[in-house]
Design a binder for this molecule. Structure first.
Ligand code: ZN
Length: 421
């Protein structure tokens, strides 16, 4: 293919023609959250649209909840899950622990804020059956959350009780999902926003009301049909020469007994899934379950956007597209040393270890990172001696933030007091 292409260009050149400059395809992304669908249900029920998207890219199991028993363990509850995705951090950072009375820590920038910071003119949109996603979690319009981040919003319908009278069976939520999916499909086909989020809720309502069973399966099939409206719109835009990434996921599984509840750390509650059309999936994808925090870094990579370094140092996800060097940094104390280990995805080059002995970032301040040395990425491990002053700083703050800067990507991990690691 390549050889033929070069010969063709040489032929054009020899004929005295001007070689046309290849036009970069505009990069666009949309992510969809279908609420509360366990991986085993999704894998069992017929979902032709998700299958078609996965055939273009891939399907993998994923997980929510952070690391069980660790400093970043996060409830398998909806709003914490959305924030995990949006900020690529766990609840110890984004600070959303439940669906109500949230106090998001906006110092951990969300995907829209990072994208708008990188490209202020980037058109953004949200299509959502829950208003809080925009007004509270993203904090759209709040100066402390980065001001106006969403250019077009189709949401808040659940507050319109005239148009959508609330019934105990929550069919009004299904009706809103239909409208949201319809609106998203139409808007994306016509306007092609650079970054958008679609959120559909009905599957979780059915799960809570009825648990596992035929009606839950039917709800999943309907959600798949709603995704088709968006996927069809993406295909329309692809025909126009745009390079689209679509990511579909869920925010938690359900309990293993009846499938009505969630919030805990059992395997079925933690186990989720990711479907994407992305073609340049890396070795990470499909190998073992990926954290939901990988989605935002992957979308940013597709859009060609890098967050500012202080933000990148806090993000707990790794792109599943394109080249990456390392993931899953772990740290433990051994005497007066830190023992680091990580998974290697590209052996090339050295990684630099940096440590901060404060967490001023959490309250809007700046942490000073100390350079602790360079280590071959391929070793997958490093031992870092700390001096008395550094251990004293840890005693005082109760935290060491460790960052591994590898050629392909950056990962971070905390050592905290009483850490079980
Ligand atoms: Zn949920």
């Amino acid at each position: 293919m390549k050889v033929i292409h070069i010969l063709f260009l040489l032929l054009l050149a020899s004929l005295g023609c001007q070689t046309p400059t290849p036009k970069e395809q505009p990069k666009k992304a949309v992510f969809i959250i279908l609420d509360g669908i366990p991986a085993d249900v999704l894998e069992r029920v017929a979902t032709p649209t998700l299958d078609e998207i996965a055939a273009a890219g891939g399907y993998t199991r994923a997980y929510v909840g952070g690391d069980v028993g660790q400093y970043n363990q996060t409830p398998t509850i909806s709003a914490p899950g959305y924030m995990d995705l949006l900020t690529a951090t766990w609840a110890n950072k984004h600070n959303v622990w439940d669906n109500y009375n949230q106090s998001p820590n906006y110092h951990y920038w969300n995907l829209f804020r990072i994208a708008k910071n990188a490209a202020p003119a980037l058109p953004t949109a949200i299509f959502s059956t829950w208003l809080d996603n925009r007004t509270v979690l993203i904090g759209d319009g709040k100066p402390e959350a980065g001001g106006r981040l969403i250019d077009y919003a189709a949401d808040g319908y659940e507050l319109d009780t005239l148009r959508f009278p609330h019934d105990t069976a929550a069919t009004y939520i299904l009706n809103i999902d239909e409208l949201v999916a319809e609106t998203a499909g139409k808007y994306i086909a016509e306007q092609a926003p650079g970054l958008s989020w679609v959120y559909l809720e009905h599957t979780d309502d059915v799960g809570h009301a009825l648990g596992d069973g035929t009606l839950m399966d039917e709800a999943v099939k309907r959600a798949d049909a709603q995704v088709k409206k968006i996927w069809d719109a993406v295909k329309v835009r692809q025909q126009k020469g745009e390079d689209w990434m679509i990511v579909v996921t869920t925010d938690h599984g359900r309990d293993a007994v009846k499938g009505m509840d969630h919030g805990g750390q059992t395997d079925r509650e933690r186990t989720t899934w990711i479907v994407t059309n992305a073609k340049n999936l890396n070795e990470r994808f499909g190998k073992e379950p990926l954290p939901i925090t990988d989605i935002a870094p992957s979308i940013l990579k597709h859009l060609g956007m890098a967050p500012p370094e202080a933000i990148a140092f806090e993000m707990d996800g790794v792109p599943f597209v394109g080249a990456v060097s390392v993931a899953d940094l772990r740290v433990k104390r051994a005497g007066d040393r830190l023992q680091l280990s990580w998974k290697v995805f590209d052996e090339a080059g050295d990684a630099e270890v940096q440590c901060a002995f404060t967490n001023y970032y959490k309250t809007g301040g700046e942490d000073v990172y100390e350079k602790m040395g360079h280590f071959p990425v391929k070793d997958g491990a490093a031992t870092i001696p700390l001096n008395a002053a550094q251990w004293a700083a840890f005693e005082k703050s109760g935290i060491i933030k460790i960052v591994l800067k590898a050629p392909g990507n950056v990962v971070n991990r905390w050592l905290v007091e009483n850490s079980p690691e």
